[in-house]
Write a protein that binds this ligand. Structure first.
Ligand SMILES: [Zn+2]
Ligand SMILES: [Zn+2]
Length: 239
């Protein structure tokens, strides 16, 4: 196995997923790109995962003001690996739209680290945010489902990309803002196989968390079908 990997590396050397530079070892990103990505590290809100920028020396369990005020959040825990900004944008967009599906393995490793608190709390099933079938036909793959499948291999937790469906076609959320995003995804998700979801602790996976409208609607459908709890894990989040 080792020898084949070495031969393969000679012909197809691993490259940095962001700048394309050849890497000695497949670490995903080169040192320079790695240092530019704003990974979310402690301190962050223990519930919603929002980073505390100005409290760098605070240790222990911290809950943000928003979570303290609104304890009716549908999610048990939310985590993201890095901040969605000019440095990380292309990495995410290339994976989503430009067929860079080979990056799923590397992203799944990052998700496994970013989601440690969630895995410790306990997860029974990993579920991706689904695409409407017409968009899936057009794009040929669902980036969130690819993340789920790789994360499932790493964590040993079952991935289910069939039970939650987007039964209604929607406009891309990126074209909309605020309340329009909420309206766009209102009641568009449903569960096809209730028995697969009932009493399960679900981990929902998506690429980017912006307003959370899509993840909230998915959660509504999952809880309606008896999900015990729903956590969310995304590659990036808009701060
Ligand atoms: Zn690089
Ligand atoms: Zn919070």
């Amino acid at each position: 196995m080792q020898i084949w990997q070495e031969i393969l590396n000679c012909f197809l050397p691993p490259r940095c997923r962001k700048c394309g530079k050849i890497l000695k070892e497949d670490t995903g990103l080169c040192k320079s790109c790695y240092s530019k990505i704003n990974f979310i590290t402690e301190p962050y809100c223990q519930k919603c995962g929002h980073p505390f920028e100005f409290l760098t020396d605070v240790k222990g369990q911290m809950i943000c003001g928003k979570c303290l005020k609104n304890n009716r959040s549908p999610f048990r825990l939310s985590r993201s690996a890095f901040i969605y900004d000019e440095e990380s944008k292309n990495l995410v967009l290339n994976f989503k739209f430009n067929d860079r599906t080979e990056n799923a393995k590397f992203f799944a490793k990052i998700l496994l680290v970013a989601g440690q608190d969630i895995f410790t709390a306990g997860v029974d099933l990993i579920v991706p945010v689904p695409l409407h079938y017409t968009r899936l036909l057009k794009r040929r793959y669902n980036q969130s489902a690819l993340l789920c499948s790789e994360l499932s291999k790493l964590s040993g937790i079952k991935c289910d990309n069939l039970s939650l469906v987007r039964h209604q076609k929607t406009r891309p959320q990126v074209e909309l803002s605020g309340i329009a995003r909420q309206r766009n995804v209102h009641n568009v998700f449903s569960v096809k196989d209730v028995s697969a979801i009932k009493n399960r602790r679900i981990l929902l996976i998506d690429d980017v968390l912006t307003t959370g409208a899509t993840l909230r609607e998915c959660t509504k459908a999952l809880k309606h079908s008896g999900a015990k709890s729903v956590d969310t894990l995304t590659l990036a989040r808009v701060i």
